[in-house]
Write a protein that binds this ligand. Structure first.
Ligand SMILES: NC(=O)c1ccc[n+]([C@@H]2O[C@H](COP(=O)([O-])OP(=O)(O)OC[C@H]3O[C@@H](n4cnc5c(N)ncnc54)[C@H](O)[C@@H]3O)[C@@H](O)[C@H]2O)c1
Ligand SMILES: [Zn+2]
Length: 358
């Protein structure tokens, strides 16, 4: 078992990572959290593939378990669904000691975190992320959210899990396009924080993409430990945590301009990262060749590096960059590379950002 610690004083918690470990989750919840009751929040698609070993493991450890299902994906991230989950928890008589287990992708995890932080003013939360993006990004760091008709993630809390349990084998049932999309976030943390990990990825990317267990486990663990380190230094996004937005200013604008339909998140972030790296070179902030290196690695992960041509739709992009929630005054904080493995935030106007277009 590989363990990565998220260090946040008395709210510190472990991320445990091991292939084929779902059956052992129940024992860990019973032993480490001393729990006797759990409610598993999941979705139909994830439950069909992965709920059984979790449920059996909980029962075998004498943890009473109930299950609540909400729709798959982004649709479930609403106050309305949260309210339905509260109803079900009350129906089951879930109390303050009942552990809420979030079994699913990032959307389900965000909802599970939101419900866990508000039901009875907070119940213990265990995240069991089942997409690559959720394993390396969404499940680590304590941001919870539901969407509002006026925008994504507008309603939410900071609430840390008691434990994150990662079984990389569950990614075998994930569609390849979703796996590739999750890889973008792994490359992202390497690019902003860890040149050595970046070089390791350059050697191992094919093995990771083939879900070869050792390489995959190492990639997930190293990505989690970088995110855990950054969150440990800046839990509430006062500064450093903003580096995790590398590729996201333009990435969000690309997703937004395509009405969140055409591109997966990681695909849009890929284009945003390559763009930001070229901008960094153009402004003389980072050595030339860095953008090409980043682009080369992302392409080997099957990700599209070439951004759409926004000259036809320039106004839409400028608007999308401006409404980015990281906006400050007219300038927008955009993460640029100082080198592979190091990044900083520059304040630029949306026009200055788009001028970086090669
Ligand atoms: N809290 C954070 O810090 C944070 C960070 C990044 C992203 N997010 C959020 O994460 C969400 C995106 O997460 P995502 O990319 O995991 O998408 P997702 O949760 O929508 O999952 C994608 C699809 O894959 C299915 N699925 C999940 N695991 C599967 C498996 N093992 N096999 C087969 N199908 C599976 C899901 O049911 C869903 O239909 C967004 O809502 C985003 O806002 C949160
Ligand atoms: Zn992202």
């Amino acid at each position: 078992m590989t363990t990565v610690q998220v260090l946040l004083g008395d709210r510190s918690y472990p991320i445990r990572i091991r292939p084929n470990s779902l059956p052992d989750l129940g024992e860990a919840i019973a032993q480490e959290l001393g729990a006797t009751r759990a409610v598993v929040l999941t979705t139909p698609r994830v439950a069909a593939a992965h709920h059984k070993p979790v449920e059996h493991g909980l029962r075998a450890a004498d943890v009473r378990t109930d299950r609540i299902q909400v729709p798959d994906g982004e649709r479930a991230k609403t106050l309305r669904t949260a309210s339905r989950v509260y109803d079900a928890l009350l129906e089951f008589g879930a109390d303050r000691q009942t552990v809420l287990v979030g079994l699913g992708g990032g959307a389900l995890g965000d909802l599970a975190g939101f419900v866990a932080s508000t039901y009875l003013r907070g119940v213990p939360l265990v995240q069991v992320p089942t997409t690559l993006l959720a394993q390396v990004d969404a499940s680590v760091g304590g941001k919870t959210a539901v969407n509002h008709p006026r925008g994504k993630n507008l309603i939410g809390t900071f609430y840390q899990s008691r434990m994150v349990w990662i079984d990389p084998e569950v990614l075998k049932t994930l569609p390849p396009r979703d796996r590739r999309s999750g890889m973008a976030e792994i490359v992202k943390v390497a690019a902003i924080w860890d040149a050595e990990f970046f070089a390791w990825l350059e050697e191992q990317i094919e093995e990771v993409m083939r879900l070869e267990p050792d390489a995959l486990t190492e990639a997930v663990a190293r990505a989690c430990s970088i995110k855990a380190e950054i969150v440990g230094l800046d839990e509430r996004e006062a500064g450093l945590r903003a580096l995790l937005n590398f590729g996201h200013t333009l990435g969000h604008a690309i997703e937004n301009a395509a009405s969140y339909r055409r591109y997966r998140h990681g695909e849009a972030v890929t284009m945003g990262m390559v763009f930001a790296a070229r901008l960094s070179e153009k402004r003389g902030i980072c050595p030339s060749g860095s953008a090409a290196r980043l682009e080369g690695l992302l392409k080997r992960a099957g990700l599209p590096a070439q951004p759409p041509d926004w000259n036809q739709d320039r106004d839409a992009y400028l608007r999308a960059i401006s409404v980015d929630k990281k906006m400050r005054a007219e300038k927008v904080g955009v993460v640029v590379l100082r080198d592979i493995g190091s990044a900083e935030v520059l304040q630029l106007t949306p026009e200055e950002i788009l001028e970086g277009a090669p």
